[in-house]
Design a binder for this molecule. Structure first.
Ligand code: TMP
Length: 225
């Protein structure tokens, strides 16, 4: 299999405590080892302006529309200044969360209006590189699915929680339902990984999602995570 020469946009999703980080770092190493240039980034954040908005969203009390507008404002800046240029250069963009997080957290968790989120999604993710009316979406979204109670137990000893991590288990059950609805609506874009397994097994699932699409060559036994 030859590595694709066009850009590849992969997002990673899941509730807080689902354990995305080590696998994202592992995939970045795996792609680099196969000669690809990797842009490793995150949302909210990924640019100086979006990181400022991230600090507000994670730290300051606000109503759900304000919260949604801020995450989409951060996304617009991130998309036009980091993600689109990297894709145009043919890079692999690994993004820790993208718009599915907004539908899951603001839509599912906060119960905010999904039609308004869809409108914002069309405004923010319409980019010149795409035909009129098309909306930038990840080529693949890896969803680390973990029961809310399990994630809560994992986070119990963590550092001081932010505004989302401090939410009760019931909030995260709604977030999971939000992810499930997005995955059901766009099943070809999603790879759901059962994150309630030993790390090595989760890693195998992550790698398989990429290799079966022909986007990553098979890794040496043991992998990178
Ligand atoms: P992180 O800690 O995984 O980087 O994510 C930051 C938090 O922001 C996480 O609790 C999820 C939340 N979030 C939203 O509520 N809406 C969004 O659109 C994004 C991208 C993240």
């Amino acid at each position: 299999m030859t590595a694709p020469s066009t850009g590849l946009f992969i997002s990673f999703e899941g509730i807080d405590g689902a354990g995305k980080s080590t696998h994202i770092a592992g995939l970045a190493n795996a792609f680099k080892a196969q000669g690809r240039t990797v842009t490793l980034t995150r949302e909210p954040g990924g640019t100086p302006l979006a990181e400022k908005l991230r600090a507000l969203v994670l730290g300051d009390a606000m109503d759900p529309l304000t919260e949604s507008l801020l995450v989409f404002a951060a996304r617009r800046d991130h998309l036009v200044t980091v993600i689109e240029p990297a894709l145009a250069r043919g890079e692999v963009v690994l993004c820790d969360r993208f718009t599915d997080a907004t539908f899951a957290y603001q839509g599912g968790g906060r119960g905010f209006d999904l039609d308004t989120l869809s409108t914002l999604e069309r405004w923010v993710q319409g980019v010149p590189a795409l035909a009129d009316g098309a909306v930038r979406q990840p080529d693949l979204t890896i969803w680390f699915d973990l029961p809310a109670a399990t994630a809560a137990a994992r986070l119990a000893d963590a550092r001081a929680p932010d505004r989302f991590e401090a939410q009760p288990v019931a909030f995260f059950e709604h977030v999971i339902a939000g992810y499930a609805a997005r995955a059901a609506a766009q099943p070809q874009r999603f790879a759901r990984i059962n994150a309630d397994q030993p790390r090595e097994q989760v890693w195998r699932g992550v790698v398989q999602a990429l290799t079966q699409r022909g986007w990553l060559a098979a890794l040496a036994q043991g992998g990178a995570a």
